[in-house]
Design a protein around this ligand. Structure first.
Ligand code: MG
Length: 211
């Protein structure tokens, strides 16, 4: 499941530190030339700061360069396929590498407490269930409880209308992950996928390679 390393930065252009690290320029001008303020407002709500194919592309080294020390982590279709409660080995190894590097992780899911709690306990992770994403309150609850700095925190997930919107509203960095086996998702999630593709089509994306 390990894809070729690829991080994409979208047109929000809000992470100046990352721009300095990777040497690309903001696409805000590009958006200003094409879209009205209302469209830009909507795009700003749903666009992630970064995009990766799989979560383990967010290596401790990359996270350090992005200024991310804490991660709010979606569960379904981000860490595992929807119809399974098991993480594959590469996910477990990635979580272990974050732990070794001192990156703190808390699962943040809209799923019900018993199921998410069972998964979190099995892998020794903290969690917040029934987060009601895209509302930001779940993000804020974890940040307050953990004493995290919002500027050093990222919401990582596969749904722009839930995970990314919640992270943007909460004022943290946002990373979109290509969903794992989206064909296993319930229909109410699958119907939103074409809209996500339209939004990603509207905004130019820059590829960044780790060097
Ligand atoms: Mg998900």
């Amino acid at each position: 499941m390990k894809g070729a390393f690829l991080i994409l930065e979208t047109g929000k252009g809000s992470l100046l530190s990352c721009q300095a690290v990777f040497g690309f320029h903001s696409q805000e001008k590009h958006m200003e030339n094409r879209y009205s303020w209302g469209v830009r407002l909507l795009l700003g709500l749903f666009l992630p700061n970064f995009k990766v194919n799989v979560v383990n592309e967010l290596t401790p080294n990359i996270l350090h360069q992005l200024g991310i020390r804490n991660i709010l982590l979606d569960v379904d279709c981000t860490l595992k396929r929807y119809d399974s409660d098991q993480f594959e080995d590469w996910v477990v190894e990635w979580l272990e590498s974050l732990k070794c590097a001192g990156v703190e992780v808390c699962l943040l899911s809209n799923g019900k407490g018993p199921r998410i709690g069972r998964i979190a306990n099995h892998y020794g992770l903290e969690y917040e269930a029934m987060a009601l994403k895209p509302l930001p309150f779940g993000c804020w609850r974890v940040i307050r409880r953990k004493g995290w700095d919002r500027k050093q925190t990222a919401m990582v997930g596969d749904q722009i209308f839930a995970d990314i919107a919640a992270g943007n509203l909460a004022g943290v960095k946002t990373v979109h992950v290509t969903p794992i086996h989206p064909e296993t998702e319930p229909i109410f999630t699958r119907v939103k996928r074409p809209l996500e593709r339209i939004i990603f089509f509207m905004v130019p994306i820059h590829k960044i390679n780790e060097t």
